[in-house]
Ligand binder design. Structure first.
Ligand code: NAD
Length: 321
């Protein structure tokens, strides 16, 4: 596909991953419209040093997509990142996953169809695989049977996107991220541990048995891989895994965070969680994505999972003080 992305919109562009993507694109001198309701995102995430004039923030909810698209015409490429990104809360609040993820994606697709937007890039997740029999898991693995409400909502979005792309000539890139870590994150295990340790420096509560083992990717690699996936989309809908080859378990992350915060002799307590050791209902115990597809096309992450976690711990701790 062409490298010319034309007029770009990023939904959720003021959030953790979205702001890094926005920053990268405006660094490349592209004009970017950020559509964000600032529910978990923040204006300060968009406080970049250079090319600020290339960015316009529209503070609006995706449920009002119709009004937004009445004002803004001729968008060529949409990166759709706005979502309820919490895997953990899906069990107690499934409505949010439905409204924020499925319903809003549908509304966005309707506007994409009506406005002849050419390209859609979707931030999906490793959790669509559920608990696959093959690990590392390739994009071709199936059936896809997610075990979390969030995972189910992401898979539903993938299905809607695939059908819209096939019916209406939209070019779709679906990227399934491993756990993304790095500066500006306001959720996830590292942020959670830092927050807990700032309140209590002697004890850290870890949800589940701490043996959950997963692959992590630094947000800079995530953005880089996302843009590479878009450039390498050849079919009308293409799916890419984005992650790392190594994995880190939750207890190791707890030790990394304690070390980063210069805390010794912290009592790490595994508690809460489910009877079979998960952190919460719907938590996948082992996740590792097969990244051969993107790797064979010439993209590899710069940092492995362990280094990504260490870097993110430093970045998030320094943001918190
Ligand atoms: N962080 C991860 O590890 C990870 C892994 C896999 C997939 N993802 C996906 O990547 C995307 C970005 O996640 P993130 O971690 O940056 O989360 P985030 O919460 O930091 O970003 C989401 C952004 O979307 C905005 N938003 C939410 N609902 C909205 C709505 N209705 N209208 C307009 N804006 C809205 C929020 O204000 C926020 O800025 C999400 O789709 C998430 O599901 C994240």
């Amino acid at each position: 596909m062409s490298n010319d992305l034309g007029k770009i919109m990023i939904t959720g562009g003021a959030g953790f991953i979205g702001s890094h993507l926005t920053e990268e694109l405006i660094k490349e001198n592209k004009d970017v419209i950020v559509l964000d309701n600032l529910s978990t995102g923040n204006k300060s995430n968009l406080d970049f040093e250079h090319h600020k004039e290339n960015m316009r923030l529209i503070t609006e909810d995706l449920k009002n997509s119709n009004q937004v698209f009445e004002q803004i015409k001729d968008i060529d490429t949409i990166f759709h990142l706005a979502a309820d990104p919490e895997v953990r809360t899906g069990f107690t609040d499934p409505i949010s996953a439905y409204e924020q993820n499925i319903q809003n994606t549908f509304l966005l697709l309707e506007n994409i169809r009506k406005n002849d937007t050419k390209r859609l890039v979707f931030a999906s997740s490793s959790v669509v695989y559920g608990e696959p029999e093959i690990i590392p898991t390739p994009e071709t693995f199936g059936p896809l049977l997610p075990i979390s409400i969030y995972g189910g909502s992401k898979l539903a979005c993938e299905g809607l996107i695939s059908s819209y792309c096939n019916n209406y000539g939209i070019n779709g890139t679906i990227v399934r991220f491993a756990n993304v870590v790095g500066s500006r994150a306001k959720h996830g295990v590292i942020w959670d541990f830092i927050k807990k340790l700032k309140t209590n420096k002697t004890q850290l509560s870890v949800l589940g048995n701490g043996k959950q083992t997963k692959s992590y990717i630094h947000v800079k690699d995530c953005v880089d891989g996302l843009l590479f996936s878009l450039k390498n989309t050849k079919k009308n809908v293409e799916v890419f895994n984005l992650g790392n080859r190594d994995m880190v378990n939750v207890l190791d992350i707890a030790s990394i965070v304690c070390k980063t915060m210069n805390l010794e002799n912290v009592n790490i307590v595994t508690e809460g969680g489910t009877d079979d050791g998960r952190g919460w209902i719907g938590d996948v115990k082992e996740m590792n994505l097969d990244i051969s597809k993107i790797s064979n096309l010439g993209w590899n992450p710069h940092e492995n999972s362990k280094d990504s976690v260490e870097m993110a711990a430093i970045e998030l701790y320094s943001e918190s003080i």
